[in-house]
Design a protein around this ligand. Structure first.
Ligand code: UDX
Ligand code: ADP
Length: 476
């Protein structure tokens, strides 16, 4: 069968689908990329002339969109047409953890993947390569395959045929463009050698051949989950050691440096922080846990579940420390939250440590002022599920009523007046240059900075007279 790839469709215009297709379009100018989504608002945002209004913030993305959009990269809601004209379809839809039913709280909800597969089965024409891009539980390819091949009469009548491949994405948000441009490896899992070869040809436009790995489909799916589980486990390991540092007088930065120089361990991913967030780590580990339980591997399941449990414990630990340092009560105290995104250089807040920590502080009665350069107040409200305070009471000089905690948003950083504490939760560059002398004059006394990302200049804070707590630093 002579089959070549000219038209590519990506179902799902999210944090993975959008940047991945944009970079591919830049690297493969002879191919057409149609990115489709059921969310019309999201598609409109991708098509916005004002590039600062793209639905996701990712350094370097605007420049690529400017060069490729409406040339060989198209964003549209016409799912039927994009599928019908595609030789290869990436499925890049959301796969959150199930909230109810069998496997609730652990396994992934595949309803969006299933719906995509049904759309492909219905609208595809001729031979189509279907590629799993979303992170999926092991053996999802089987589900996709069985949906694609379940409409046998259609297949015969319309001469449809499908090859299913797994090609997990390893990009990290905030560095997505560089990760896509210079991947450590590209993983292609499958059985159909010709389809695997055709997919690898796309990557060979910019990825060296020795970085393209071929595996069977199950290894590919499991490798993605394992990769995220290992990375998350490193964060939980270093965060657990940070708690020991604080009580023993050790400093987690020194410990990280010392262990990272061991080439067997390596220096990356050893920054202690407020606990890992993001859409993948927790979800993927819980998928592993579910898989292990399903096959009766209780000990394996318990081992990985602990990585998630300790992450939550660690987030709660930070909120507790803030309360303890502020004399055991934060009721009606103004606390500044610097950063709400789950890491710097993204507007994504999924599973951000800030959500748990802010909720705990609000429960304790604090008045939070939340700043983040890229996260909108609407998103913060959706995450906290608490409405912001909007009416200022001149008499009590507070936004709060009835001793209840609450929050409001600020888009600038001139917010330190009368605050008791500043809590740094995301490592945005602009937080490194705050004038602490000036802040000290405005804050209540005694004032505290809680730095969970180790980005604040220790000497400048000491000079200003503000008290400093640094995660994992038992030496101050
Ligand atoms: C992760 C994987 O890195 C990526 O390969 C996969 O495709 C998707 O999941 P992402 O969630 O975007 O990417 O970001 P990542 O850089 O991995 O950070 C995850 C979390 O760990 C963040 O909350 C981050 O702040 C935290 N982290 C990371 C640390 O606390 N310390 C570190 O040293 C590194
Ligand atoms: P990720 O981080 O994995 O990219 P996102 O939630 O950012 O996840 O993006 C997934 C996108 O997939 C969403 O914009 C959602 O609207 C879209 N989507 C989900 N189901 C379908 C479907 N059946 N057809 C088209 N798009 C879909």
């Amino acid at each position: 069968m002579s089959f070549s790839i000219k038209n590519i469709c990506c179902i799902g215009a999210g944090f993975v689908g959008g940047p991945t297709m944009a970079l591919m379009a830049k690297k493969c100018s002879d191919l057409i990329f149609n990115v489709v989504d059921i969310n019309k608002q999201r598609i409109d945002a991708w098509n916005n002339k004002d590039l600062s209004k793209l639905p996701i913030f990712e350094p370097g993305l605007e420049e690529i969109i400017e060069k490729t959009r409406n040339k060989n990269l198209f964003f549209s809601s016409d799912i039927e047409c994009a599928i019908a004209s595609a030789d290869l379809i990436f499925i890049s839809v959301n796969t959150p953890t199930k909230t109810k039913g069998l496997g609730a709280g652990k396994s992934s909800d595949l309803k969006w993947v299933e719906a995509s597969a049904r759309q492909v089965a219905k609208f595809a024409k001729g031979h189509t390569i279907v590629v799993e891009k979303s992170t999926l539980p092991v053996r999802t390819a089987e589900v996709i395959e069985s949906i694609l091949n379940s409409t046998d009469s259609n297949l015969i009548r319309d001469k449809k045929s499908f090859s299913v491949l797994s090609n997990p994405e390893f990009l990290a948000e905030g560095t997505a463009i560089n990760d896509l441009e210079n991947p450590d490896r590209v993983l292609i899992g499958g059985e159909d050698k010709q389809a695997m070869h055709l997919l690898s040809n796309i990557y060979r436009n910019w990825v060296p051949e020795n970085k393209i790995l071929f595996t069977n489909i199950w290894s590919s799916e499991l490798a993605k989950l394992t990769s995220n589980a290992f990375l998350a486990q490193r964060i939980s390991s270093i965060n657990s050691i940070s708690a020991i540092c604080e009580v023993t007088g050790a400093d987690i930065r020194e410990v990280s440096r010392a262990i990272g120089l061991d080439t067997r361990i390596g220096s990356k991913f050893l920054d202690s922080g407020p606990g890992f967030g993001g859409s993948c780590f927790k979800k993927d580990i819980l998928n592993l846990v579910y898989l292990a339980e399903f096959f009766g591997l209780e000990e394996v399941a318990k081992f990985w579940e602990e990585v998630v449990n300790i992450n939550l414990w660690h987030q709660k630990r930070i909120a507790k420390i803030v309360v303890e340092k502020l004399f055991g009560t934060i009721s009606q105290k103004k606390i500044i939250i610097l950063g709400f995104a789950f890491k710097a250089n993204t507007n994504d807040t999924r599973e951000s440590a800030a959500i748990r920590i802010c909720k705990d502080l609000i429960d304790e009665g604090a008045e939070l002022i939340i700043h983040d350069p890229k996260v909108s107040p609407i998103q913060i409200e959706a995450d906290l599920q608490i409405k912001p305070y909007i009416t200022y009471n001149e008499k009590s000089k507070s936004f709060l009523n009835n001793n209840a905690g609450g929050w409001r948003y600020s888009k600038d950083l001139d917010i330190f007046d009368d605050s008791h504490a500043i809590l740094v939760l995301t490592e945005w560059e602009e937080y490194k240059n705050i004038d602490w002398d000036d802040a000290a004059k405005k804050m209540a006394s005694p004032a505290w900075i809680f730095d969970s990302r180790s980005i604040i200049n220790l000497d400048l804070v000491k000079k200003s007279g503000i008290n400093l707590w640094r995660l994992g630093d038992g030496s101050i």
